[in-house]
Write a protein that binds this ligand. Sequence first.
Ligand SMILES: Cc1cc2nc3c(=O)[nH]c(=O)nc-3n(C[C@H](O)[C@H](O)[C@H](O)COP(=O)(O)O)c2cc1C
Length: 220
Amino acid sequence: MNVTEAVTTRRSIRAFLDKPVEYDKIRRVMDTARWAASGCNYQPWEAAILTGQPLQELQAKIASTPPQELEYDWDSPKSEDAYKQRLFGISRGMFDALGIARDDTAARMAAMGRNATSFDAPAVMFVYFPRLMKEPQWSDTGMWLQTVALLLREEGLDSCFQEFMAFYANVIRDHLGLDHDRYMFFCGMAIGYRDAQAPVNNFERERVPLEQQVRFIGWD
Ligand SMILES: Cc1cc2nc3c(=O)[nH]c(=O)nc-3n(C[C@H](O)[C@H](O)[C@H](O)COP(=O)(O)O)c2cc1C
């Protein structure tokens, strides 16, 4: 698989096959992802990847804990209509694929709630870093996460990033033995093999046209 194939076949997977993630594969991915760039070579990211019993135990704790107040804000772009429309676009695609009507709030909430078990992915990565990391280091962590996602594709694996897990930052830190004062919890990442037949893994996603995003200057 070349890089273009890895980029274009990656999508957020929200239905997984009942098939374990091989330790050799996930270890190889994480080992290679260490070569992601970071400002000042700080390499701010840290993570724990859980499967089997330890994952089930954490999921049981999450299921019995109410969502907490978020420690960071992912919603602020919604205040501008253009960004709100992008969010609505992806939500519409996902709920339509799941056969959930626009006004069926209960079914929508239940579908969102499937984040809590990472859509039954056999492995989940939990990502965190020391609180002294600021915007540039959050961005570095995003680059590393994308590197992980692309390397997973090379191994035939799939993923879904999960900010949702920030609702359970305290439970996750406790489960992983992380100091609350030192560590900011960022996100989860569901990892496994995609159910290629599931409609939720096959709906059309939209992207902003290139010309709206990037200016090419000096080529004409
Ligand atoms: C940092 C980050 C956090 C995300 N959190 C969630 C999440 O909690 N639940 C979810 O279903 N998707 C989540 N997503 C997936 C996005 O909704 C998805 O990337 C976006 O809609 C584009 O679709 P694609 O990944 O299929 O290309 C997240 C993506 C990123 C990059």
